[in-house]
Design a protein around this ligand. Sequence first.
Ligand SMILES: Nc1ncnc2c1ncn2[C@@H]1O[C@H](COP(=O)(O)OP(=O)(O)OP(=O)(O)O)[C@@H](O)[C@H]1O
Ligand SMILES: [Mg+2]
Length: 265
Amino acid sequence: MKIAITGKGGVGKTTLAALLAQVYADHGRQVLAVDADPSPCLAGALGFPAELRAGLKPIAEMDALIEERTGAKPGTTGGFFTLNPRVDDIPERFSALHRKVRLLEMGSVDLGGSGCICPESAMLKTLFTHLLFRKDDVLILDMYAGVEHLGRATVDFVDAMIVVVEPTRRSLGTAAQIRSLANDIGLKRLWLVGNKVRDTAEADFISQEAEKSAGMPLLDTLPADMAVQEADRLGQAVYDYVPALRQAGERIAEQVAVLVEGERS
Ligand SMILES: Nc1ncnc2c1ncn2[C@@H]1O[C@H](COP(=O)(O)OP(=O)(O)OP(=O)(O)O)[C@@H](O)[C@H]1O
Ligand SMILES: [Mg+2]
């Protein structure tokens, strides 16, 4: 099962990705969490200890590795380099494992087809395709905010996309853009998750606007909780520190598994 999490900047993609990853891992599933944000945050949200985080670096920034595999230095254009470098050893070698969640930091990867023809882009695209072909039990992809980087490669392989929104028209507008892009490229399974919901008026707003503005069904909502920021400050996983979010994460994880796999996880 491969799930991509998208949405406008700051809505809570990383928070939800961390919750789902830990829920599935605690249910005994093998989880690979992929941070595809150029400024990675998923390790923090998962509560990875500092010494493990220190050993992680986005693949996009590993210049020597990119040069070794593609035959050209990142940042160069016009020279010769391989378009399909070897990547099969990368997920195990450069990831970290904590509480049964394996985490790989990729850095930003442009799948929209507008990216540069350069060694780093060849490397990331090949790695991304490799990840999506792997037979991981559960793959959770925490995507970069916005829509520009989404492309056919995403939807060819992911089973579903979760779009996170806040109770704001702006984030619903981004959700609508994502939905229209997903439609163009044939991704069928697309769900909304509301986050930072403070009261019933905000919950009602999201449930009314889900189909109307964003054009997709609402799976569930997560409450606004100051403890989420506190967890971040203390270096704790939201999963451990904020019971209300953990419970919501459990509900969402179960629904997603039922919808995608047609069975209870
Ligand atoms: N339910 C919540 N209640 C309160 N604060 C929250 C909640 N969810 C997320 N936040 C806070 O909102 C901020 C953004 O959350 P998060 O990093 O998960 O969003 P994101 O969509 O991944 O952001 P980015 O676009 O920068 O990757 C963080 O400071 C986080 O602590
Ligand atoms: Mg994020």
